[in-house]
Design a protein. Structure first.
Length: 97
């Protein structure tokens, strides 16, 4: 588990650090999600994660990243996600997506 945490911390830039700097792109959020999935589940899951995460809209990708660790929600990133989420994003989220 310690190895996974080390890989997690090396695989992507801190979301908290990035949140205060700029607006984030969909591609950035998806890349961060994929790196976290790989750190958690292993390199063999990279392609599946890219396929799954690649279907997310900008708002849904940011929202997923903000809530990736439910015990440590990135509230700045969640607020940014809220600003860019579309009506369709909200509909999908409310319907279990």
């Amino acid at each position: 588990m310690a190895g996974a945490i080390g890989a997690l911390s090396q695989g992507y830039e801190s979301v908290a650090t990035m949140s205060s700097k700029q607006e984030h792109t969909r591609e950035w959020a998806i890349a961060q999600l994929v790196e976290r999935d790989v750190a958690k589940w292993g390199e063999h899951e990279r392609e599946a994660s890219q396929r799954m995460r690649g279907r997310l809209s900008h708002g849904r990708a940011l929202n997923s990243l903000a809530h990736y660790d439910i015990d440590n929600i990135d509230h700045d990133l969640a607020a940014e996600a809220k600003r860019v989420m579309t009506a369709q994003d909200w509909d999908e989220l409310y319907n279990g997506g």
